[in-house]
Design a protein around this ligand. Structure first.
Ligand code: SF4
Length: 272
């Protein structure tokens, strides 16, 4: 019995021996996994804390300046440009929308040179929708990119006629559905023609909002969202046109006139 018992116990013992390293490996692996899990948890926690901190920093200091400075800068700019307004010439909303589409990659001054003749020939959306395209191209040639622009303003006019009875719609969603119309154009039309507050993130607003420390974003839509958080909604259109005027008159892309700027002691990009 003893022998048998020994025999019985030996294989068991060998079996246990052979299992021991396995158990050890499993234990080591488990310990490693546990350490890995702890490390992952610590990293996740650190990331969460960093995100919360960044979020708080962003809420407290929009972009690079704080809320108080942003408000002060804008109030001074309001005083500097009390008459800031859309500089395109137009008699009705169809003309405004068409002019804004034409203003891409050129100046309002240049657009104002071609639109009197364009609108004399095609005074309504219906007239432009049915116009000979070559004649439209010829009339707007001086604004540049005239092939694409002629196509855009005519397709837009056709959509106005077919979908909105020749009238310009009053909502952002409807406006951005029109050919050649993006958020920038739609916000100009909404603000200027219908008094709906909105940010027009054109090249000036894009450049100045970063320069003034109001945003750190590059994408126009993200800039728009940041700017919406900084200023009261009722002021969005006024803020927008004021920044555009400042960009055109003092805060030039190259060689901004910092010595003559009313916000040079607040602006993070000031050279004086
Ligand atoms: S201080 Fe200079 S960079 Fe800043 S807003 Fe004025 S002109 Fe522009």
């Amino acid at each position: 019995m003893k022998k048998n018992s020994g025999r019985t116990s030996k294989p068991t013992s060998i079996q246990n021996e052979s299992e021991r390293p396995k158990t050890k490996r499993t234990a080591t692996r488990k310990a490693g996994q546990s350490a890995g899990t702890d490390k992952a948890k610590a990293t996740a926690l650190a990331n969460t804390k960093a995100k919360a901190k960044a979020k708080k920093k962003k809420a407290d200091n929009v972009g690079l300046v704080n809320q108080k400075t942003a408000t002060q800068m804008m109030h001074r700019l309001f005083q500097q440009y009390p008459d800031a307004d859309c500089e395109l010439d137009f008699d009705n909303t169809y003309q405004l929308l068409t002019s804004v589409i034409l203003s891409a990659q050129t100046t309002d001054v240049q657009v104002n040179k071609v639109t009197p003749k364009l609108f004399a020939n095609f005074p309504t959306a219906k007239a432009l929708a049915e116009a000979p395209i070559d004649q439209v191209k010829e009339l707007i040639k001086a604004t540049g990119y005239y092939n694409a622009k002629a196509a855009n303003i005519q397709k837009c006019a056709q959509a106005l006629v077919s979908k909105f009875g020749g009238e310009v719609p009053r909502t952002l969603d409807e406006l951005v559905e029109l050919p050649g119309v993006g958020r920038k154009t739609a916000n100009v039309v909404l603000g200027v023609a219908f008094g709906v507050p909105g940010w027009t993130v054109d090249t000036h607003v894009q450049r100045l909002s970063k320069r003034l420390g109001l945003t750190e974003q590059e994408d126009p839509y993200k800039i728009e969202l940041d700017l919406q958080k900084v200023f009261p909604q009722e002021d969005w259109s006024k803020c927008s046109i004021t920044l555009i005027w400042h960009g055109r008159r003092l805060c030039f892309a190259r060689n901004p006139d910092c010595p003559g700027c009313p916000i040079n002691n607040l602006c993070p990009a000031s050279t004086v």
